[in-house]
Design a protein. Structure first.
Length: 335
């Protein structure tokens, strides 16, 4: 690992670490934002949403749809809904019961929309298929509305043994996250810009968790510095590369040279993610060696998101572009 350190106190990391050392007992974070998914979804009508297109789902995605649990929040409470929309936990109040009764068509639309997005713009189910199949295809989708009046959501996905869902809910397996826009299915730049912004936001979340969970934060100053630099490089360089690419790819209008250039640009972005992933993996190993177990699970989740993004590039972006290049060359060779 290359260590590049600035003068003490010269940046946010230094200030944060000094704060750690001066405060032995840091109070829990205050002002937690209340959840509003039920409120926002209640305002929607299926007829105002874009019609769902017909997509042929493979067996994995179809079974995940059939066994999809939803988690939606109202106020400070997060409700877990079964595939048939019974409230698993906690005890339902009038608000959630009324929502389910009146908005079942919205919930049906939402589940189908989520799975279609996973099919087209994600590999989360594919790369986690072993764990999902072991759990009888139970997939749990936790929605968080993103201050968009019910339009955009971040969704965290988990899988869990059906038999132990009620008794050991905390043992659920995190499989990744995705972002949906209920009014715009087609994603600019194949959703890459959203992934990059998410990785930067998650690094900020890691800092918050470090403040709360790390026992000896000063020992890890160099890692926080290095990860921050990789995150900033990924963000700045990747967003510049995306500016040179078409927001939406029309393969019928692209030459072979265009396809090769686009493929190369996306591959470069993936390389920045791979570099960040390697650094985070090294940090994770050190945290486990130092037995910083209260914090390391957040780093593990971050690494999981990085690995998912790398797989998305390899399979859905560069993999598909490479196939288009191969077909284009064969087509022109035979013409």
């Amino acid at each position: 690992m290359t260590i590049r350190l600035g003068p003490t106190g010269s940046n946010l990391i230094d200030v944060m670490l000094i704060f750690f050392l001066l405060n032995d007992n840091i109070p829990p974070q205050l002002g937690i934002k209340e959840m509003n998914e039920v409120e926002e979804l209640s305002r929607l009508e299926v007829k105002t949403l874009p019609p769902l297109k017909s997509i042929l789902l493979d067996d994995l995605h179809q079974k995940a749809l059939n066994h999809l649990y939803l988690e939606v929040g109202t106020g400070p409470v997060l409700y877990l809904l079964s595939p048939s929309y019974s409230v698993i936990n906690p005890t339902p109040n009038e608000t959630i019961s009324d929502f389910i009764q009146k908005k079942e068509t919205i919930l049906n639309y939402l589940k189908e929309y989520i799975i279609q997005n996973l099919t087209v713009y994600s590999v989360l189910l594919d790369v986690n298929s072993y764990f999902i199949e072991q759990n009888n295809f139970l997939v749990l989708a936790r929605l968080r509305e993103r201050d968009s009046e019910g339009r955009r959501y971040e969704i965290k996905f988990y899988t869990h043994s059906p038999r132990e869902l009620m008794t050991h809910y905390q043992d659920k397996i995190y499989i990744g996250r995705d972002f949906i826009d209920l009014f715009q299915f087609k994603r600019k730049y194949l959703g890459v810009k959203e992934l990059i912004h998410s990785l930067k936001d998650q690094y900020d979340t890691l800092l918050d968790k470090a403040e709360e969970k790390l026992k000896k934060p000063l020992e890890y100053k160099s890692f926080f510095q290095e990860i921050k630099e990789y995150v900033n490089e990924l963000s700045s360089e990747s967003l510049l590369l995306l500016q040179s690419l078409p927001p939406y790819i029309d393969f019928n209008k692209l030459s072979g040279e265009d396809l090769i250039d686009i493929n190369s640009q996306y591959r470069t972005i993936n390389h920045y993610i791979i570099e960040l992933n390697d650094e985070v993996a090294e940090f994770e190993n050190l945290l486990r060696f130092k037995k910083e177990m209260d914090f390391v699970r957040y780093v593990t989740k971050y690494k999981k998101d990085l690995a998912n993004n790398i797989s998305y590039f390899n399979i859905k972006i560069n993999g598909c572009l490479q196939e288009k290049i191969y077909n284009w060359k064969n087509r022109n060779k035979n013409s």
